[in-house]
Write a protein that binds this ligand. Structure first.
Ligand SMILES: [Zn+2]
Length: 59
């Protein structure tokens, strides 16, 4: 009785997320804040530093 290592299948396609980084030129940070003008538009992503739609930034 032998068990082949090929009998176990892996699923590399599971758990893939869309990578979205900050849209600010030169910025390499993760874009955790998304903004889209409409549902038809794809969202633009910014990091916390460059997100232009902060509710607390009212100038
Ligand atoms: Zn940024």
């Amino acid at each position: 009785m032998s068990i082949s290592p090929d009998s176990r299948t892996s699923n590399p396609g599971i758990g893939i997320h869309d990578n979205h980084w900050c849209e600010h030129p030169g910025c390499k940070q993760w874009g955790c804040y998304g903004f889209s003008r409409s549902k038809a538009d794809k969202p633009i992503w910014h990091c916390s530093e460059h997100y232009p739609h902060k509710p607390f930034n009212r100038d």
